[in-house]
Design a protein around this ligand. Structure first.
Ligand SMILES: *[C@@H]1O[C@H](CO)[C@@H](O)[C@H](O)[C@H]1NC(C)=O
Ligand SMILES: *[C@@H]1O[C@H](CO)[C@@H](O)[C@H](O)[C@H]1NC(C)=O
Ligand SMILES: *[C@@H]1O[C@H](CO)[C@@H](O)[C@H](O)[C@H]1NC(C)=O
Ligand SMILES: *[C@@H]1O[C@H](CO)[C@@H](O)[C@H](O)[C@H]1NC(C)=O
Ligand SMILES: *[C@@H]1O[C@H](CO)[C@@H](O)[C@H](O)[C@H]1NC(C)=O
Ligand SMILES: *[C@@H]1O[C@H](CO)[C@@H](O)[C@H](O)[C@H]1NC(C)=O
Length: 497
């Protein structure tokens, strides 16, 4: 492996080196541990997962071209054994996995397209690039006591690794771009981008304030930072090495094999893992009750603890709750949701439901109104309001100013909701309804034909059979419950088609 960085001084050595390289590259590709000015790389079309470019000293991590969405490329630090990316360059636009994409190191690390269009650059003037075993990608300048010009630790993507300082000017963003982790003056906050593009800040849905058991967070003594400790916790620090708060992992104070990582997931949860040697073991999750996730059941979804997802408008698509599947079945058509304030004449229809509340209502602002009607009225005429939730016991009126996400089903009749549904959703609903009616008509005609065709025979046996059924029903004594059960089952079947 060292061969590559020997500065070749004689033609003989050059010859040996060339021989060795050609020989070795036949069996295993040599991945360097340092890149110097002049380095260039292009994606290899035959690679299906990731293409290593630079290894750390252990060989456990590799700076790589990572294939994403089949034909796109991200520059990523990959955990080699699992193929899991722990860092990704945050280019605004992903490069194509094609011959025109190039990574160069000319002092800056630069990803460009067609040799000219720069998609991502570190904007540095360094001498070499190394990957530490943290893993942290660093651009250094100078030989004896090199200065650090740039490091990937300062630009996290969706993941934090052990000992990486996460400060208040950073954010972790889920790969789907919807969820963000940021630090407040004394808390960790998770935020969701639920509003249409171009509108203002995101909605907080999780907040963990520092317990401040051993040290206090003092205002004006600088911002806080968060770091994963090798002792198995997420620590919050202000100054010094004593944490003002710890969120312990399952493996707290047990020496779990490295590495550990915490990631903001595409469902909005913050999860911790450690590598067991063969797989990533879930070690921590900020939100443990799945219905408390900000949008588990999608737009206009309804979540019932222990049961799972359905829809606010009763068009039930009941299914057991698995975090990844729920995305595929949605209550609202998969399309860009509109802005009620910009649509001419505020096109929406209304949905009311009792026994519902917001999943993170303690983080939502509210006003007190004397009645539900007053609460609803405050929303009806206000185009920035997408819905309200009212608690008839406390008289709290919660205003939702983003398209309605998953609502909790709680069963208390005193908790009520009013929701605006953008017209786009109604069309889809109508289409579904017409398909349903079409199917029903078809089925009825078919039944009619069958009945007509076999009518004669049936007529002959009718009396006898009827008598027998009556007798059986009498014996089995079917109650109204049974009837109700089977008829409602039938209607669910139909509406699912
Ligand atoms: C490195 O390449 C980029 C893109 O071609 C260019 O913009 C930049 O000026 C170069 N930097 C140096 C130090 O040559
Ligand atoms: C993280 O921050 C602490 C305290 O501010 C500092 O001592 C440590 O060197 C930092 N670690 C890294 C990897 O930058
Ligand atoms: C590299 O990975 C192996 C296998 O997971 C592990 O045993 C070893 O400790 C790791 N090395 C470092 C320095 O993390
Ligand atoms: C949903 O069903 C419940 C009970 O079946 C009913 O009271 C309610 O009005 C329905 N809501 C809508 C929006 O259809
Ligand atoms: C709300 O509470 C009031 C009394 O506090 C009661 O009169 C009213 O019927 C309740 N409304 C609903 C819809 O439960
Ligand atoms: C409309 O609702 C928003 C929140 O959605 C609120 O901030 C604003 O004050 C309301 N405007 C009026 C006129 O009530």
């Amino acid at each position: 492996m060292k061969i590559i960085h020997i500065t070749v001084k004689s033609p003989f050595l050059l010859f040996i080196a060339a021989l060795l390289i050609t020989h070795l590259s036949k069996s295993t590709a040599i991945i360097p541990q340092q890149l110097v000015r002049g380095f260039t790389a292009n994606p290899n079309p035959t690679v299906t997962n990731f293409q290593p470019l630079l290894n750390d000293s252990t060989g456990n991590f590799s700076l790589s071209f990572l294939r994403v969405n089949q034909d796109q490329l991200a520059l990523a630090i990959v955990h080699v054994a699992s193929g899991e990316p722990l860092w990704q360059a945050n280019s605004a636009e992903l490069a194509q996995w094609g011959e025109h994409t190039q990574l160069v190191f000319n002092g800056s690390f630069v990803i460009s397209d067609h040799g000219s269009r720069v998609l991502w650059s570190t904007n540095t003037d360094g001498d070499r690039v190394v990957l530490t075993s943290a893993p942290n990608l660093q651009i250094l300048k100078g030989e004896k006591s090199p200065s650090l010009l740039w490091q990937s630790f300062d630009f996290p993507s969706n993941t934090l690794v052990e000992n990486q300082n996460f400060t208040s000017d950073m954010s972790l963003v889920s790969s789907n771009g919807v969820y963000t982790m940021r630090l407040g003056p004394d808390f960790i906050g998770l935020y969701a981008k639920f509003k249409h593009i171009g509108s203002d800040p995101s909605q907080i849905y999780y907040r963990h304030r520092a317990m401040q058991a051993k040290v206090n967070i003092v205002e004006g003594r600088g911002p806080i930072l968060v770091r994963i400790s090798s002792d198995g916790f997420l620590g919050m620090y202000q100054n010094g090495s004593t944490p003002a708060d710890i969120q312990s992992f399952n493996s707290y104070q047990r020496s779990a094999p490295a590495p550990r990582r915490v990631r903001i997931e595409d469902d909005g949860n913050l999860k911790g893992y450690y590598w067991s040697g063969s797989s990533w073991v879930l070690d921590y999750q900020a939100i443990s009750e799945t219905c408390e996730l900000p949008s588990l059941c999608g737009l206009y979804g309804l979540c019932r603890s222990g049961v799972g997802c359905s829809c606010l408008d009763n068009q039930t698509q009941t299914q057991t709750q698995t975090q990844n599947q729920t995305q595929s079945q949605q209550c609202y058509p998969n399309q860009e949701i509109g802005d009620l304030c910009s649509v001419k004449g505020n096109k929406f229809w209304e949905l009311r439901k009792t026994g519902v509340e917001l999943p993170y209502k303690e983080l939502m602002s509210y006003v007190e109104t004397a009645s539900y009607e007053q609460c609803e009225k405050s929303c009806h005429m206000n185009c920035t309001c997408w819905g309200i939730l009212y608690n008839n016991a406390s008289k709290f009126c919660y205003n939702v100013d983003y398209p309605i996400q998953t609502i909790l089903e709680v069963g208390h009749e005193s908790k009520m909701g009013y929701f605006k549904v953008w017209e786009g959703a109604k069309k889809k609903k109508d289409k579904r309804l017409w398909i349903g009616i079409g199917l029903l008509c078809g089925a009825m005609i078919l039944v009619g034909l069958v009945v007509g065709f076999g009518g004669y025979k049936l007529w002959k046996r009718k009396k006898r059979v009827n008598n027998r059924i009556l007798e059986e029903e009498h014996i089995n004594a079917p109650g109204p419950y049974k009837d109700l059960g089977s008829s409602s089952f039938g209607s669910i079947e139909l509406s699912n088609r």
